[in-house]
Write a protein that binds this ligand. Sequence first.
Ligand SMILES: Nc1ncnc2c1ncn2[C@@H]1O[C@H](COP(=O)(O)OP(=O)(O)OP(=O)(O)O)[C@@H](O)[C@H]1O
Ligand SMILES: [Mg+2]
Length: 514
Amino acid sequence: MISSGQKSSRASGVREDTILSIEHISKEFSRVRVVDDVSCNIRRGEIMGLIGENGAGKSTLIKIISGIYQPSAGVLQLDGKPVFIPDYITAKSLGIAIVPQEFNLINTLAVFENIFLGNEIRRAGLLNKPRMRDLSAKQLEELKMPVGVNQLVSSLSVAEKQMVEISKALMLHARLLIMDEPTTTLTSREVDTLFTLMRNLKAQGVTMIFVSHKLNEIKAICDRVTVLRDGKLISVDNIGDVDEEDIARRMVGRSNFRQLFPDKLPRSPDTTLLEVEKLSVSGLLEDINFTLRKGEILGFAGLVGSGRTELAESVMGLRTINSGAIKLDGKNVQIKKADDAVRHRLAYLSEDRQGKGIVQGFNLPQNITLISLKNYLKGAFINKSAELEAAGEYIKSFKISAASPRMQLRYLSGGNQQKIYLSRWLDTDPSILMLDEPTRGIDVSAKQEIYTFIHQLAEKGISCIVISSEMEEVIGLCSRVYVMREGKIAGCLEGSHITEEEIMFHATGIKGNI
Ligand SMILES: Nc1ncnc2c1ncn2[C@@H]1O[C@H](COP(=O)(O)OP(=O)(O)OP(=O)(O)O)[C@@H](O)[C@H]1O
Ligand SMILES: [Mg+2]
């Protein structure tokens, strides 16, 4: 179903309303074919969804369109003419912009400097900073992101960084805007804002390619959807002709779906493992009290910026606590740095895997055993075969797709990097595992594996904290949910009270649909 705003050319059928034609594109890395003879037309003014499992070739394909990679075979045609896009600058000059999956921001520069990086506005040869600040502020305001344009990128949360990347691409006023998983760390409210903006752009005639693992988002915003599997094009459908299950079936190539979330665990015994009392961090957290029971899956919900990540970081010794106490098994513990936390068998999977997690230049086993390395030492040496064996187990249980475990992590697809990062923390044998956006960028079938795994951990007595922007995830997994608002705990929900309405009520203080 194509929107009425789109001019469809009756006379020549597809041709004239095609902005970009992808013709027999293939891409190989070290003779491994990751995009395999893909042909498809992108129509002028449409939003084309692009979906597929982790490692299916989505990012590679759109990197080819935006000049970051060169195809091994095939051609691209723009407005009916073959084009050669040797680099990103050329793509930009052709009106193609990309919001990349992994951020490309410079931490030491301010927000506005990043937004205009490589696209600076000058006046009489000098940088026109006031104008760049002004335009950046307007753009962020449109995205409803309360970020100061002079703030350093290093001080931003992942969601805020995402919005800066989006603003950066929007500033190019592209005709073809490609977005690689822009919503993975946004809560439903920010996603709504982004979608409103996308609809406005579409009304102005901008064409978009939108990558997401969230089927409901693809259904909500796209006109058509393209499915890739193992580098091959499987289907292109009008969005009205397929439901979420059809799309999922095309993605994974099978139809027997288990339910996404395992059945909830029975109420965990009231043995409190962790108690946080009156914890405050100046300017960020105020008077936080919460308990975590042994073997429970506890959720933390709230809007972006409500303090969930900061709370986990404080418990993990990554932030200086001004006042308050942390008790484990009823005893006060001092956690001043991450090492102290690991010693107490606390683990924290950060939402910022790119900034605070993985080491791009390390291979898979090295990344997995980074914190648990002492378990792999044989005298002064690392027992490489034990390391490889352990990595093999994780690769198998999470179906991590990598040409070889010896490859550097940078060459893994985004979702597979996330699975490696999760494996690392599991390998520390934690008793408390805090997971911040654990399924960021993970495809729908791998999500099932991870949810089942979290359940198994809880059944073994490991206590899990799940911080998630995906309401569905918090509701589907957790036995209790704390909702945060503006650095405080606004409410604690249990059992049948864990609903979208009640969470939103505590997160915003507003009743009803917002
Ligand atoms: N520069 C590279 N060198 C070697 N292999 C690569 C390189 N870039 C990507 N690959 C491989 O190509 C395959 C496809 O990766 P791609 O990033 O396109 O997947 P994706 O569909 O975007 O997945 P995800 O949903 O996880 O982001 C993966 O197996 C990945 O390891
Ligand atoms: Mg990708």
